[in-house]
Design a protein. Structure first.
Length: 435
């Protein structure tokens, strides 16, 4: 892999997943639909005639590897950028090299990892060079490119969907690693089944798990043997593959949120335990519960926010492991509470209008007259002080003229919102009868 952005350094340690990265399609397991015999990608590689493309799929399924195989087998230069750390400067440097390569009849592949994190300006920076063939873009993303990638750029790239690897593919990958790197280690076949299942379709997780298990397994007369029983014991006591900044972190919090939304306290407790037992910061979980209390319950049960805030305070006061039951209480309470997203919907509707009418002036009667000039202009004229009127309600219009009559908050018939709906109906009828 060529690089323009850092000096070459030698590392004493290379992760097993990197050591085992395939260099040819023959060593690439899985994705048969894409790289199997007579597949489009295989034909492009064999003919050395390919165009820009985007690989969309979950982590550890071969997106980066496939890009490197394409470069290696087509004798192309490849430069790798991370959308997290690279900017316009790095893009321009690659383009200058690509211009030189093109003049010398050599293809240049620009591989952009996590391309969905590039903003529009960054994506626009290499769009002209994708169009004229100076660079061949290969992007990798875990997000739907239809929503995250510039439409103009997306229209010039073929999107290929990579699927999670099945357990048989993962076992082949693990066996290949054992043959090449751990000839003196014996791993029972059913232990490989456990690792394959544990990895959930991610080859990187499978290889990292194998490496970690081998490293912490004690020698027995100069040899290491891993059984299903010893492996399960290790996996129960070690939570070494949970990446609190990675994809699984977001998958688990998403599962927790959606289980509570679906009023499933058992599933919610399971995902809560998965996170906490893996070392997740309990305050992070508690903050998400606070958000959930308003986003998915809101006015249907106003005590939900109190419960969530209390769980946050308890977690802050106690810490782990004592606060696990406080969070469990909040998770169960939120799960069984009546659900309403009316507040979320209402705010988003209001936000949309606020953005569209950002130049709209506040009506004069709602402005405070701080100076004499304000009064002369008419600030506060026509304002009705609600407490001076019957029922403490007036028929004064508070919306800007262009939004008169606009409604955002529509309560449901669920929980406390049923009562709120009745209250709003009574207020509306009361205002209609006012002169």
């Amino acid at each position: 892999m060529n690089t323009l952005f850092s000096e070459e350094k030698e590392f004493e340690y290379t992760p097993l997943a990197e050591k085992m990265r395939p260099k040819t399609l023959e060593d690439f397991f899985g994705q048969e639909d894409l790289v199997g015999a007579s597949s489009t990608i295989r034909q492009m590689i064999e003919n050395k005639n390919f165009s820009s493309m985007i690989f969309w799929g979950p982590p550890g399924v071969g997106k980066t590897t496939l890009a490197k195989i394409i470069a290696h087998t087509t004798d192309s230069s490849i430069y790798e950028l991370s959308a997290v750390t690279s900017g316009i400067k790095e893009i321009k440097e690659v383009i200058e090299v690509a211009k030189f390569n093109k003049a010398n009849d050599k293809k240049t592949i620009l591989f952009v990892d996590e391309i969905h994190r590039f903003n529009k300006i960054q994506q626009d920076a290499f769009l002209p060079y994708v169009e004229n063939g100076t660079i061949i873009l290969i992007g990798a993303t875990t997000e739907n490119p239809s929503f995250e990638v510039n439409g103009a750029l997306l229209s010039r790239c073929k999107v290929y969907v990579l699927k999670s690897l099945n357990e048989e593919d993962l076992k082949k990958i693990l066996k290949r690693a054992l043959e090449k790197e751990y000839k003196d280690v014996t791993v029972e076949d059913n232990a490989l089944n456990v690792i394959s299942s544990y990895a959930s379709g991610d080859a990187r997780v499978a290889l990292n798990t194998l490496e970690n298990v081998i490293n912490i397994t004690k020698d027995n007369k100069g040899k290491k043997k891993i059984t299903k029983e010893s492996l399960e014991k290790i996996l129960q006591s070690k939570t070494f593959i949970y990446d609190k900044d990675g994809e699984e972190h977001y998958n688990l919090i998403s599962a927790l949120h959606k289980s509570m939304r679906n009023s499933d306290p058992d599933a919610a407790l399971y995902y809560l335990a998965r996170m906490l037992e893996a070392g997740e910061n309990p305050l992070y979980v508690a903050r998400r519960l606070v958000r959930f209390a308003s986003e998915d319950i809101g006015m249907a049960n106003t005590n939900a926010l109190t419960q969530a805030l209390n769980a946050y305070n308890a977690s802050h006061y106690l810490g782990m492991p004592e606060c696990n039951v406080n969070l469990a209480q909040a998770v169960v309470y939120l799960s069984v509470s009546p659900k309403s997203n009316s507040l979320e919907v209402a705010y988003n509707l209001a936000k949309e209008d606020a953005i569209k009418t950002s130049g709209e002036k506040v009506p004069l009667h709602l402005r405070n007259a701080v100076t004499k000039l304000d009064s002369d202009i008419g600030y506060g004229n026509g304002y009705k002080y609600a407490h001076d009127y019957q029922g403490h309600i007036t028929n004064m219009e508070c919306m800007p003229p262009s939004l008169k009559g606009r409604k955002y908050y529509t309560p449901t018939n669920i929980g406390n919102e049923k009562n709120i709906k009745e209250v709003l109906k009574n207020i509306e009828n009361f205002k209609k009868n006012l002169k």
